[in-house]
Structure formats: structure tokens, C-alpha cells
Design a binder for this molecule. Structure first.
Ligand code: FDA
Length: 405
């Protein structure tokens, strides 16, 4: 005997919970299935435990500014129908306190758990049934004259529904439940995929090349970082963090979503200082070592590490040649380096690529060639910048889908 629902939603993360709540509140009989013990694990660990749930600076008329994918314009329809202000209003309705941190980023005052409890309360208001932990063993589709029906064999029994929403997220952080089920389902139903890569991820370097910089592990500083050709340059002004194996921090996480394997990054490690002028002036008035003068312009650990790179830079600044100082300024303000790779899905916040947006309706997120099959959230080839954009995409795509079910 199989149970019948109006819609089955796979994945009780940000997009799945929100879609289930919205569809349930529209009067649909909804079943939400997740294989994990707890719902919303990524919400729980997001934003350092405080969940950066949206971003006030989102410009819905220009999604390419904050979203990556083969066609960032695809998300415009959903983002304009469910905006950051709509989600803020929902938090206010639930009395959840929040604050703005940096560049429009909104965080919970207390904890990410507030968002999870809010989403569960919204699901309860829509009488959403939840099966969890529940393993999905097989998914089939039977076409009928009126459309068709999806049948799922699960560890809790057989269920069917005319609509199946795939909200199984990306591949990052497998230890808390990420799987490739969404991509496998796409393949099963001949829906095209864009190649997947870790995004918002620390970058790594060859061990030998990185050895001189490993001593800087833990150092954080504001930088300008860029990648790409002149015509296609992507640049961020954010904080950089040196690690034992490479570079991290918001600057690198952001640029990682644009970086192509084998290409260099360019970093200005002193973006607010006119280094050539500052060093030339110091030469005229100081007898200190170059490293000590440099330490008045950039963090002293960085000054020491850079000055130790050339014999010409290990002397009193008054004795340095103009050429040597110009070279030092250049090396700090146009540091070129080519990562060998990334820290991978273990450390990535998101997955780039996924369900090809060409195959989906931007109004409802339904697969154009497979009636009743929907994809929402991170499983789709839409990836946001760091700063709450990924959750806003999860809420907005889930909302668009729930209206179309
Ligand atoms: P999500 O990953 O949330 O949910 C997918 C669900 O599907 C999970 O519950 C999973 O268990 C379930 N599932 C997977 N495979 C399954 C299977 N085979 N069977 C059944 N269920 C299955 N974004 C942001 O905007 N602000 C932030 O502060 C952060 N911070 C952050 C920190 C860290 C450490 C990470 C890893 C990520 C972030 N993000 C973020 C990104 C954000 O968490 C992410 O984009 C959204 O959670 C995506 O929502 P989804 O619902 O699409 O997937």
C-alpha cells in the first residue's frame, strides 16, 4: 500500500523546509523527506552559528552582481518575487532578533537555531509531514493522461505524488549529509548538468612553493584580490587569511568561485597605502632596516616575510637602491601566484554548477521536459557570493516552486 501526497520534497535543508512550509500553507498535502537525523544542518553551522540568512544589498535587477552560474539572469524572476525584505518580515513575525554586520549581511543575534525553529513552525502551520531519518531507495515515474506520478521506495514505505521537489543541496561538507542524489536524479530523467566544483573554498599551493609563506599562517589583513583577464576581471576588497597550506578568508572564498584551475591570482597586500611613495619617503628620513620601516605600513609578520625574500631588502632603507624599493613595492601590491587547487568539498561552503538552468522554468523551477519534477536551492547551477546570498536563493527558489506546485 502506498501513501499519496500532493507533493514530496526531498531534502529538509533551507530550500526544502521553506518550500514545504509554503506549499503546505497553500493547502497542499506535503511530505518532506531527509536522510539525516536532524533538519537544516547547514543552517545550523552557517555564519559561525549565527546564520547569515540574507543580504540587504541584493540587487534583484542585476543578479549577475552577486550570483555565479552559466546564466545568473535565471534567478531574477524568483529573487524579485521573494526578496530579502520578505524574509526579514518573516523573522519579525516570529520575533527573531537580528543585526547587520558588514556589506548588508544579516545575522541572527542569538543563534541559527532560531531560523531552524522558525522554519519548523512554518512547516507545522502547513501541516507538513516529515519522515526523518528516511532513506530513499528508488524513484520511478509513471506517466498518465493527467500528467504522471512519482513513486518513491523509502526506508519508511512507498509514497507517491504528482510533484517531486528536489532540494538535496550541493556536495559540500559530506559529513553532515551532503550527497549527489539531486544530480543522479537529474541524470535519471535526462536533465542536463553543469560540471560541479567546490566554491567559496580556501585555495592551496604546492608545498615547496608555499614553504616561505607557511610561517604567516593565522595572519589576517585587508587586501584587494583579482583573477581573470583584463576583459573579464573579477576583484574583491575583503580580508585575507594565511593558512598552513595556502590562503583563505572572505577575499579568497569569494574569488575561489571565479578562479579557473591553472590561472594566477593577483593580490594587493597593502591596498590603502601608496607603497612606492611611502618607501621612497622613508628612505630619505630613516636609518632603520627596510623590514622595520615596512612594518609601519603592513603587518610586521608580513613585512619580515617579504623583506627576507631578497638580499637587497635586508639592509637599512637609507642604503637601499630606488630600484630595489620599487621592486619591493611592486611585489607587495601586485603579488602574482597560481594556486594548485582548493581544499575541496570538505571545506567548501557551496557547490558551483549543478542542474542546468536551461532545463528549468524560471517561474516555477519545474523541469521543462519532465512534468512535476522541480529543483530548488543549491542543487541548481546558481551560486551566490559569500554574505547571505546563497540562503536568499534557497528561500526565493523554494517560494517560486511552492507557488507553482
Ligand atoms: P542544504 O544543504 O541546506 O539541504 C540539503 C538537504 O538535503 C540536507 O538536509 C541533506 O541532509 C538532504 N539530503 C542530501 N542528500 C540526501 C539524500 N540522498 N536523501 C535525503 N536527503 C538528502 N549561505 C549563506 O547564505 N549564508 C551563510 O552564512 C552560509 N554559511 C555557510 C557555512 C558553511 C560551513 C556552509 C557549508 C555553507 C554555508 N552557506 C551559507 C551556504 C548554505 O548553507 C547553502 O547554500 C544552503 O544551505 C543551500 O540550501 P539547500 O536547501 O539547497 O541545501
Amino acid at each position: 500500500m502506498s501513501l499519496t501526497f500532493d507533493a514530496i520534497i526531498l531534502g529538509a535543508g533551507a530550500a526544502g523546509l521553506f518550500c514545504a512550509a509554503q506549499a503546505g500553507q497553500r493547502g497542499l498535502k506535503v511530505l518532506l523527506i531527509d536522510h539525516a537525523e536532524r533538519v537544516g544542518e547547514k543552517i545550523r553551522i552557517s555564519g559561525g552559528g549565527r546564520c547569515n540568512f540574507t543580504n540587504r544589498d541584493l540587487d534583484v535587477r542585476a543578479p549577475h552582481k552577486h550570483f555565479v552560474g552559466q546564466n545568473p539572469q535565471f534567478c531574477r524572476s524568483a529573487l524579485s518575487r521573494y526578496t530579502p525584505q520578505d524574509f526579514i518580515a518573516l523573522l519579525q513575525k516570529h520575533g527573531i532578533p537580528f543585526h547587520e554586520k558588514h556589506k548588508g549581511q544579516l545575522f541572527c543575534d542569538r543563534s541559527a537555531e532560531d531560523i531552524i525553529q522558525m522554519l519548523l513552525a512554518e512547516c507545522a502551520a502547513g501541516q507538513v509531514q516529515r519522515w526523518q531519518p528516511c532513506k530513499v531507495q528508488k524513484i520511478g515515474f509513471v506517466a498518465t493522461e493527467s500528467g504522471g506520478s512519482y513513486q518513491l521506495d523509502t526506508s519508511q514505505g512507498v509514497v507517491q505524488a504528482p510533484s517531486l521537489v528536489v532540494a538535496t543541496g550541493g556536495l559540500s561538507i559530506p559529513k553532515i549529509g551532503a550527497t549527489d542524489l539531486g544530480y543522479r536524479l537529474a541524470q535519471q530523467f535526462n536533465i542536463p548538468l553543469v560540471e560541479r566544483h567546490p566554491g567559496l573554498v580556501p585555495l592551496t599551493f604546492d608545498g615547496t612553493d608555499w614553504a616561505p609563506y607557511a610561517q604567516l599562517s593565522g595572519l589576517a589583513l585587508p587586501v584587494s584580490i583579482s583573477t581573470g583577464s583584463k576583459k573579464n576581471l573579477m576583484a574583491f576588497d575583503e580580508d585575507l587569511l594565511f593558512t598552513h597550506r595556502g590562503l583563505s578568508g572572505p577575499a579568497v572564498l569569494q574569488i575561489s568561485s571565479y578562479w579557473q584551475q591553472g590561472t594566477p591570482l593577483s593580490l594587493n597586500l597593502a591596498p590603502t597605502v601608496d607603497l612606492p611613495t611611502a618607501l621612497a619617503q622613508a628612505k630619505l628620513r630613516s636609518r632603520k632596516l627596510i623590514a622595520n620601516e615596512l612594518a609601519t605600513l603592513v603587518p610586521s609578520r608580513l613585512a619580515d616575510a617579504w623583506a627576507s625574500q631578497e638580499a637587497d631588502w635586508q639592509r637599512p632603507i637609507a642604503e637601499a637602491s630606488d630600484k630595489a624599493l620599487a621592486r619591493l613595492a611592486e611585489r607587495l601590491s601586485r603579488w602574482q601566484l597560481t594556486p594548485t587547487g582548493t581544499e575541496g568539498y570538505k571545506k567548501a561552503e557551496v557547490t558551483l554548477g549543478g542542474i542546468d538552468t536551461k532545463a528549468l522554468s524560471q517561474q516555477t523551477m519545474e523541469a521543462k521536459a519532465q512534468p512535476g519534477l522541480y529543483f530548488v536551492g543549491e542543487v541548481v547551477d546558481i551560486t551566490g557570493w559569500l554574505g547571505g546570498y546563497n540562503f536568499q536563493w534557497a528561500w526565493a527558489s523554494a517560494f517560486a516552486c511552492a507557488q507553482g506546485l
